[in-house]
Design a binder for this molecule. Structure first.
Ligand SMILES: Nc1ncnc2c1ncn2[C@@H]1O[C@H](COP(=O)(O)OP(=O)(O)OP(=O)(O)O)[C@@H](O)[C@H]1O
Ligand SMILES: [Mg+2]
Length: 258
């Protein structure tokens, strides 16, 4: 049976969708069958970031209403053999009935995939509250900004209140220059505060933003800095000790010259 992972955050825009694609791509490259679920109701996110916007015709609600089969609604990644995408719903609201239907479809997905990654909406909106009932484990994404960490802490508290079994975090957009100048918080201070296991960091990298803006994730290049970060994250996700990827001179040069 597949494992359902909720990828969430307190603050919006901190990188949930980027992390979902990165984690999903590297897990898929390792041979796991991975399905990304876009939980952002009514908004198009993952399909555009993966360059799949012209291939998404159906969503989970269509499957439930018999408009298509589950296989028809699943869209295959252009870059990874074992990576698939399905949106929950193109409409903006989900009623109780739909929630039950989606639970059933997720159960079916668990028989087809090793990992189902739920890219949730930020904060305590319906998408998040809903995902707490669905996922087996959670990854809270945060940056080292005070507001992002405050909101991440709040979400971790809410997940604990809901008796979430396993909560880990990923720090995204880490910029050593910002840390040394005191612009953002220090990683260790942030992790002490959140007090959940950190499975890795993703550095601030313009190639990551460029890749998603062009529908060609930089993680799909095995030799990219993003891949290096996500390979380390996947090892930690699977229970190995976290080793932060080395901060390459070329990347430092790029950051410092900007
Ligand atoms: N490590 C990174 N380096 C540089 N840019 C990044 C990084 N991670 C994410 N971004 C950029 O930040 C923006 C927001 O990322 P993303 O869409 O993944 O956030 P999100 O948490 O899913 O947002 P939302 O809450 O709206 O769903 C995107 O333009 C993305 O390319
Ligand atoms: Mg998103």
């Amino acid at each position: 049976m597949g494992i359902c992972v909720g990828i969430t955050s307190g603050k919006g825009g901190v990188g949930k969708s980027s992390i979902s694609i990165g984690l999903g791509s590297v897990l898929a490259r390792k041979g796991y069958r991975v399905c990304l679920v876009d939980m952002d109701l009514g908004l198009k996110n993952l399909d555009i970031m993966m360059g799949l916007e012209n291939r998404v015709f159906y969503d989970m609600i269509d499957v439930a209403q018999g408009k298509c089969s589950l296989n028809q609604a699943l869209v295959k990644s252009k870059n990874e053999e074992n990576l698939w995408l399905i949106p929950v719903s193109k409409s903006v609201t989900l009623n109780r009935l739909n929630e039950e239907i989606i639970l059933n479809i997720l159960d079916e997905l668990k028989t087809k995939f090793d990992y189902i990654l739920l890219d949730t909406a930020a904060g305590i909106e319906s998408g998040f509250t809903y995902a707490t009932h669905l996922a087996d484990r959670f990854i809270v994404v945060t940056t080292l900004d005070q507001t992002s960490l405050q909101d991440a802490d709040r979400i971790i508290g809410l997940l604990m209140k809901e008796n979430a079994q396993k909560i880990q975090c990923i720090v995204n957009r880490m910029n050593p220059q910002y840390i040394s100048k005191g612009i953002s918080l220090k990683l260790m201070n942030a992790l002490e505060w959140l007090s959940v296991e950190c499975i890795g960091v993703v550095y601030e990298d313009e190639q990551i933003m460029k890749g998603y803006n062009h529908g060609h994730p930089s993680v799909s290049n095995e030799h990219s800095k993003a891949s290096e970060c996500f390979e380390s994250i996947v090892r930690a996700f699977e229970g190995e000790e976290v080793i932060l990827p080395k901060y390459h001179k070329s990347l430092l040069k790029r950051l410092f010259s900007s």
